[in-house]
Design a protein around this ligand. Structure first.
Ligand SMILES: [Zn+2]
Length: 454
């Protein structure tokens, strides 16, 4: 499907496109009038806590916001057992429980000729990562507040702010007396921060036509993740490994007879650091990451072990997040890291017992097609509103965009607002940037989907 601004703006026989197409000044003004809505919606969403595995309060808030906009929303329950053999499946870290994803759809008016414009889906995750010690935060992480143009709170940036931009874009059009001339969907998911299975469940349901919306009903996806108004050109592959080392405990008085698994863990991390350095060398980088200084990051995210200061410990358990380039499959990467860790441990001491679990991310990387006409139109929309072409980002994190990129032929990218301290302390999102992103999205909907008078 090839759309350009000139195609879409041409008057169509059955819909009043050209006479309805608002110019950039009108869009700017209409979006600005939605700023308070954006603030309020975001504050509501941040106030509904949604740590991975406990997202339901935020899902309920989201349902109310979608309802208000007149979208038809359905719940897509997490049913990971159904997905377990899928190549993009990650072993869950949380039980499915009663958790669900949302797919909200606004259909084009019945009298609009089908396929007048592109069908556009927004996808965003409602789950957030742990806050860390609340004492380090200026205020409570789930008690959002605004200061100097930034809204603070866990999830404000990653990524409830971006989701609000998509809502605000639709609300802006309504305020202008317009509605999209083709199908628009908003899909909010759970479990993005540890597996990506929420989006996988959504796509699975769409593929098996278990939803009211048909599988073939979208052809472009935008994920408003907080990457500073860039268009994502590629993302790194990510896997999680939980490594438990068992040594030989002894009284510290006879330390030489013991085998310390915590110290062995430190040595294993040192060896992984060397892998990281090697893969980051310019000559070893994947072409999509050629200009990224440190695309590969291998992080020791959690560690526990030991029982007593005067005992050589029994065990050490390390939670490791490792990344790899898009030319490698996730299972292959997990196998590679597992073997590397086992070999390193055996070299350190053949008596070390190593157990590796792989719950969590098994997420291959991908390269996005920003040359796709639908993505070029998004870039043009940004440029029309903000006077310069958006920068491209080869992302050193994973996003659910990979599922759409690897499972469909839809045009996909991430484009969302400026945020600070995501996954850190005092996370916040720029209200000004949310306004800018919404302006781009309104323009994009107008050009890509077409609009008709309400
Ligand atoms: Zn995110």
């Amino acid at each position: 499907m090839t759309y350009s601004a000139s195609d879409i703006e041409r008057p169509a026989s059955s819909i009043t496109l050209s006479s309805s197409v608002p110019d950039t000044a009108a869009i700017r003004q209409a979006v600005l009038a939605q700023t308070d809505y954006m603030r309020e919606a975001l504050i509501q969403l941040v106030r509904a806590p949604s740590l991975s595995g406990q997202e339901t309060p935020a899902c309920e808030t989201m349902e109310a916001l979608l309802d208000e906009l007149g979208l038809v929303t359905e719940r897509l329950p997490m049913n990971t057992a159904d997905m377990a053999s899928h190549p993009l499946f990650s072993c869950p870290c949380n039980p499915d429980g009663e958790r669900y994803n949302l797919l909200a759809v606004m259909e084009p008016p019945a009298d609009v000729e089908p396929n007048m414009g592109g069908n556009l889906l927004f996808n965003g995750h409602l789950d957030v990562v742990p806050t860390g010690p609340e004492s380090l935060w200026e205020k409570q992480p789930f008690d959002p507040y605004e200061k100097d143009g930034w809204i603070y709170g866990r999830g404000a940036g990653d990524m409830k702010g971006g989701i609000v931009c998509a809502l605000a874009a639709l609300r802006t059009l309504q305020s202008m007396g317009l509605r999209p001339a083709s199908r628009i969907g908003i899909n909010t998911v759970v479990d993005e921060e540890d597996t990506g299975n929420g989006t996988l469940v959504t796509l699975g349901a769409l593929q098996r036509a278990r939803t009211k919306a048909r599988y073939a009903s979208f052809d472009a996806v935008v994920l408003p993740e907080p990457f500073a108004e860039t268009l994502m050109s590629a993302q790194i592959g990510v896997c999680w490994l939980t490594v438990t080392l068992t040594g030989r405990p002894t009284h510290v008085a006879y330390m030489n007879q013991g085998l310390n698994p915590i110290e062995a863990g430190i040595e294993i991390m040192r060896a992984l650091r060397e892998v990281q350095e090697e893969w980051n060398l310019p000559e070893n980088r994947h072409p999509a990451f050629a200009h990224v200084e440190q695309p590969i990051n291998i992080n020791l995210g959690t560690i526990e072990g030991g029982e007593w200061k005067s005992s050589v410990p029994c065990t050490c358990t390390m939670g490791i997040r490792a990344s790899f380039y898009p030319d490698r499959g996730a299972r292959e990467a997990i196998e590679w890291f597992s073997h590397f860790i086992e070999r390193t441990a055996a070299r350190l001491n053949p008596d070390l017992v190593v157990r590796i679990e792989t719950n969590g991310f098994a997420a291959p990387g991908c390269v996005y097609d920003l040359e796709h006409p639908a993505m070029q139109l998004l870039a043009e929309s940004h440029e029309a509103m903000h006077g310069e072409a958006p920068r491209h980002l080869a992302c050193t994190a994973t996003t659910d965009g990979r599922h759409f990129r690897l499972m469909t032929d839809w045009a996909v990218t991430n484009y969302g607002p400026v945020a600070r301290n995501i996954h850190g302390v005092d996370e916040c999102v720029s209200v000004g940037s949310m306004v800018r992103v919404t302006e781009t999205l309104v323009r994009y909907i107008v050009l890509y989907c077409g609009v008709v008078a309400l």
